[in-house]
Write a protein that binds this ligand. Structure first.
Ligand code: URA
Ligand code: SF4
Length: 264
């Protein structure tokens, strides 16, 4: 039997056999350990740290508010220029290039990761390393392509040294950029990739497992969650869950597009 391109892609993602054999049962599997979802250490305080205040952060509250307000007034060229020279958190010290984001600036789909890794730091573009290849394959599996109705961004625009997790203060410092980016793009659906993005965007410590399969909101924009591609590279069984999540996202997007068409 000749395989279709789509089948080849699913095979590449390690999805097809699992998908065929287990189908929706895969979605019912146990939650799994929270740590295993990301392979990262304590994320428990990330969301509360972010919310708690700006006290642990370089800016006094008032300055932080006026900085955020200034960022919210930026257009595309000025926000890109500002990020390119930003020194507003410690992550600027060791970065090579800032990684602003890439894609269709009017995209319906927005994928949000954690922060640049070594490849991204060198090239200035998100998801260009191994995890990025898998992300591209995941996009292809649902007939999407980087840059075509898709935008890809990260929570922090500068690489955390040694690929450590961004700290709450760093996430907090970079959040206005992502917020403004999202406002300028106006996506119909956000897909949050992995625990750091999820806890940052939804301000929750809940596990990915407990948040999957539901439509959440980021400032009024529908948001769904799934595992981070870098984690999926290490955890074959969860690739089938990511596939379930992508199918859920496609259905959600179809509904959202239908709704906005009927509202016109
Ligand atoms: N991981 C991320 O979260 N973002 C990237 O851009 C690359 C790897
Ligand atoms: Fe600025 Fe964000 Fe880079 Fe920190 S991570 S220096 S806030 S662009």
């Amino acid at each position: 039997m000749v395989k279709t391109r789509r089948e080849l892609i699913l095979e590449e993602m390690g999805l097809t056999p699992i998908w065929r054999l287990r189908g929706s049962a895969a979605a019912k599997e146990g939650d799994g350990a929270v740590d295993a979802e990301t392979g990262v250490l304590d994320q428990a305080s990330a969301a509360s740290g972010r919310r708690s205040s700006v006290t642990g952060h370089a800016f006094p509250a008032e300055a932080a508010d006026s900085r955020a307000a200034a960022i919210m007034g930026l257009d595309w060229p000025s926000i890109k220029a500002r990020v390119a020279t930003c020194t507003d958190c410690a992550l600027h010290q060791k970065r090579t290039k800032t990684v602003f984001g890439v894609g269709d600036e009017n995209a319906d789909w927005l994928f949000v990761g954690e922060g640049p890794g070594a490849d991204e730091d060198a090239q200035g573009e998100p998801f260009v390393g191994q995890a990025g290849k898998l992300l591209d394959n995941m996009l292809a599996a649902i007939r999407l392509r980087r840059g075509e109705n898709v935008y890809i961004a990260n929570c922090v625009k500068c690489r955390p040294p040694g690929n450590r997790n961004p700290e709450p203060g760093e996430l907090h410092a970079c959040e206005p950029y992502l917020h403004r980016q999202i406002e300028l793009i106006g996506p119909k659906l956000i897909v949050a990739l992995g625990k750091v993005a999820v806890s940052n965007l939804l301000a929750t410590d809940a596990s990915i497992a407990s948040l999957r399969g539901k439509i959440h909101q980021y400032r009024g924009i529908p948001l769904i969650v799934t595992y981070h591609p870098a984690y999926l590279l290490r955890s074959l069984p969860d690739k089938s869950k990511a596939w379930v999540d992508l199918c859920f996202a496609v259905r959600a997007m179809t509904d959202l597009q239908d709704n906005s068409a009927s509202a016109r």
